[in-house]
Design a protein around this ligand. Structure first.
Ligand code: PGA
Length: 243
């Protein structure tokens, strides 16, 4: 299966940035499936700029309700109509900044699936949890409570302490956690859990991407800071396993 290289622009980017970036992506032919997740405001512009390419578009969050009195929020059907096919849910920044619990992430995933979107559910331990030897328990608990029954989508393993810090876990730690996640998915979802892509995220850069993407059970990368420049994002995608 082709690896998925997903860019999470977070709260970066302006409408003026879209056309050059989209054109650079569209002109490349990396051995990976590309997915770009800009702020909500840029989705429609990206959808127009990427029309006719096989580059996928995602949002960074959605509400758990399909509509209603929720000032400032965005519903999953709106994202689908704006051209998104995917949505990141439960990113650690949302879990921290917006007190999103596993139950909220699960409800959002149900809303996304109902709207025809593919969720990317983020899990990961803090540094204190890793130091306490609790990383595997934390991540499997997050999976157990964040994934709806019959979940079909992607998982992103993002150790909180690796996000935006330039630090990454060692290859053995990434391999061990991805194996833990695979086993948890198989236990939770049966046969379907054996095939879901598990992305790694947290300080993926052009110079470490090949080593990370070569590890077993790494189905791709969720890239924050290094996705903001098309050249860096494409350099990461160029080191993906294309099969
Ligand atoms: P980073 O962010 O690549 O800037 O560490 C990854 C993420 O939070 O998805």
């Amino acid at each position: 299966m082709r690896q998925v290289i997903a860019g999470n622009w977070k709260m970066h980017g302006r409408p003026d940035d879209v056309s050059a970036y989209a054109a650079a992506l569209a002109a490349a032919a990396p051995p990976a499936t590309l997915l770009i997740c800009p702020p909500f405001l840029l989705l429609e512009r990206f959808a127009a700029a990427l029309a006719g390419t096989d580059i996928a578009l995602g949002a960074q969050d959605c509400h758990w309700a399909a509509r209603g009195a929720h000032t400032g929020d965005i519903a999953a059907p709106m994202l689908a109509q704006a051209g998104a096919s995917h949505v990141i849910l439960g990113h650690s920044e949302r879990r921290a900044d917006h007190a999103e619990s596993n139950a909220i992430v699960r409800a959002k995933a149900q809303a996304a699936i109902a709207a025809g979107l593919t969720p990317i559910i983020c899990v990961g331990e803090t540094e204190a949890e890793r130091d306490a030897g609790e990383a595997a328990d934390i991540v499997t608990t997050q999976l157990r409570h964040s994934l709806p029954d019959g979940f079909a989508g992607l998982i992103a393993y993002e150790p909180v302490w690796a996000i935006g810090t330039g630090r990454t876990p060692g290859a053995d730690d990434i391999t061990a956690m991805h194996a833990t996640i695979r086993a948890a998915l198989a236990a939770q979802l049966g046969e379907a859990g054996r095939a879901l892509p598990i992305l790694y995220g947290g300080s993926v850069k052009p110079d470490n991407a090949a080593a990370i993407l070569a590890l077993p059970e790494v189905g791709g990368a969720l890239v924050g800071g290094a996705s903001l420049q098309a050249a860096d994002f494409l350099a990461i995608a160029a080191s993906a396993r294309g099969h």
